[in-house]
Ligand binder design. Structure first.
Ligand code: GTP
Length: 397
């Protein structure tokens, strides 16, 4: 974590941001409804097989929007896929903490080199503290945490020699203190059947991949999981979820691209309820938080889900791409207002992450952070641990 890269600080805080790796298959398109001709997954599609449970009673269709006619439901059943055997995952090169630490290297290298340059053979005086505060704020940590760190140093070390390592230790402790209250697991309340999880976020933030990983975790716990391909804008997104269904053994409710997303959500909740599934995870199309009409569509999806179960969705998870930086604050705020976010998942922490923003988000919103994504594989979803994250971001062993 301590390898120095001259000019790194400039690259982070200057105008030229390096592209996040790996690049999302699409980044924030203007029109998410545009067709995507390139499916992201190479695996062949499974042959649709008939659903195991009996078809719903066509004479008494459930209440709902016009899309949920008996014909529509039948159509969805045609798309219902019971996944065959699992598809092998490629071997991963490192443990998850190593991937988290190397992903956060960009943040921690920047901080480390800045801290080192601020504290090289210096007594701790007011000017140094001010300089440090700037460094911390620019690393996205937020004003509150930055001030807490400088205050701790002022209290304990003023007018004494302070090394970069001393500062990193304080940084790590303060970041952990800020994040500990939000490091909360996702609890699946078994009194809800299904427990409905709605996955939301901007384009390419990792919703579908996170659904796949989460489905695997829940299946491993012995839960019966169903997935709903609610990103009806893109055929590739539907196929991507179906592949995750194959990998995890979770059946997928899907409808051809262009179908109404709230109608699909309605059918999926109906179906999961009929089959007494433990958990239903609903994917949604990526949308920018400033696209009012797309946020209204999200509100509609939630309204329609509530027609079947007024307590659902029981968890509304916002995926945040760790390479994003400051824009994540506005994503949390607006998705929170429009869709009632209950928890966060920060993805791509194995990439060139700017993890400091999570500290600012924790301070401002206090929303639980349930998981972090540290790779594209099915096992690459880890419960969020404040101490590990803090050490990785501070570059402190
Ligand atoms: N390295 C890394 N890549 C990830 C992670 N999570 C997702 N990705 C990749 O990021 C890209 C976008 O992920 P998706 O799951 O398709 O994102 P999405 O939010 O469903 O995308 P849209 O449907 O376009 O809004 C894919 O290439 C994923 O493999 C992660 O934790 N680490």
């Amino acid at each position: 974590m301590s390898e120095k890269k001259p000019g790194f600080f400039q690259r982070l805080f200057g105008g030229n941001q390096p592209a996040p790796t790996p690049a999302p298959e699409e980044t924030l398109p203007e029109n998410p409804a545009a067709p995507d001709p390139v499916p992201p997954v190479p695996e062949p599609q499974p042959e649709p097989v008939p659903a195991e449970p009996p078809a719903p009673d066509k004479a008494t269709p459930p209440p709902g929007p016009p899309e949920t006619t008996p014909d529509y439901i039948e159509d969805v059943q045609d798309q219902f896929v019971d996944a065959p055997a699992a598809i092998a995952e490629p071997a991963r090169p490192q443990g998850w903490f190593a991937r988290l630490a190397s992903g956060l290297k960009r943040s921690s290298d920047t901080l480390s080199s800045s801290i080192t340059s601020v504290f090289t053979k210096r007594r701790l005086d007011a000017a140094t503290l001010e300089e440090l505060e700037d460094v911390l704020i620019q690393a996205d940590l937020g004003v509150e945490t930055a001030m807490a760190i400088t205050e701790t140093l002022r209290r304990d070390r003023f007018d004494k020699d302070v090394s970069g390592e001393d500062v990193r230790a304080v940084l790590s402790a303060e970041v952990e203190k800020a994040l500990a209250p939000v490091a909360r697991p996702l609890i699946i309340d078994t009194k809800h059947r299904p427990f409905v999880i709605l996955m939301i976020g901007v384009n390419g933030s990792g919703k579908t991949t996170t659904i796949g990983k989460l489905a695997q975790k829940l299946v491993n716990e012995g839960k019966s999981v169903m997935l709903a391909a609610g990103d009806t804008f893109r055929a590739a997104a539907i196929e991507q979820l179906q592949v995750w269904g194959q990998r995890t053994g979770a059946p997928v409710i899907a409808k051809p691209a262009g179908a109404d997303a709230s109608g699909l959500a309605f059918d999926a909740v109906t179906r999961a309820k009929q089959e007494e599934r433990d958990v239903l995870i609903i994917d949604t199309a990526g949308r920018l938080q400033n696209r009012d009409e797309l946020m209204s569509e999200l509100e509609k999806i939630i309204r329609v889900i509530k027609k079947i179960d007024p307590t659902a969705p029981h968890a509304t998870l916002l995926t945040l791409d760790a390479t994003t930086g400051q824009n994540a604050l506005s994503q949390v705020e607006i998705f929170g207002q429009r869709a009632g976010v209950t928890g966060l998942v920060m993805t791509k922490l194995d990439g060139t992450a700017r993890g400091g923003i999570l500290v600012a988000i924790a301070g401002k919103f206090g929303l639980p952070v349930h998981f972090i994504g540290v790779g594209e594989g099915v096992e690459d979803l880890e419960p969020f641990a404040a101490g590990d994250f803090a050490r990785a971001i501070a570059g402190h062993e």
